[in-house]
Design a protein around this ligand. Structure first.
Ligand SMILES: [Cu+2]
Length: 125
């Protein structure tokens, strides 16, 4: 009888875990931010949400300059913005400061703060 209890607890845990993974994947897919092109530049402003960059996944076009701003909600080391793949590493003290780079290859790349605490995904198409 006791083994049945453990069996059901095991099933319940697997269902819970699977459900959790599904939800995470769904919310990730629905939160890809398509960066608009304004006067030939892809402009995006990050803010802070759950101690991380928001939007957290952004999609840009290859070969078009990307200009990134951080609004005043972004604090601490998250104001040092890096995209290793494209040699981006710049401290942006104010909300009017920006870093600009042109993605030269397609794929999914990480962006992060200088200490890798805040992280996100740059999708280049
Ligand atoms: Cu950091």
């Amino acid at each position: 009888m006791k083994s049945y209890i453990f069996y059901f607890i095991g099933i319940a845990l697997i269902v819970l875990l699977f459900g959790f993974i599904m939800v995470e994947r769904n919310s990730d897919n629905s939160e890809v931010y398509i960066v608009p092109i304004v006067d030939g530049v892809q402009e995006v402003t990050f803010s802070l949400k759950d101690y991380n960059y928001y939007p957290n996944t952004i999609k840009v076009k290859s070969g078009v300059p990307v200009r990134i701003y951080l609004d005043s909600s972004v604090v601490g080391c998250l104001r040092s913005f890096t995209v290793k793949e494209f040699g981006v590493n710049k401290h942006l003290p104010g909300s009017e400061d920006y870093v600009e780079f042109t993605p030269t290859k397609t794929g999914r790349f990480a962006f992060a703060c200088s200490m890798n605490m805040g992280t996100g995904t740059l999708v280049v198409e």
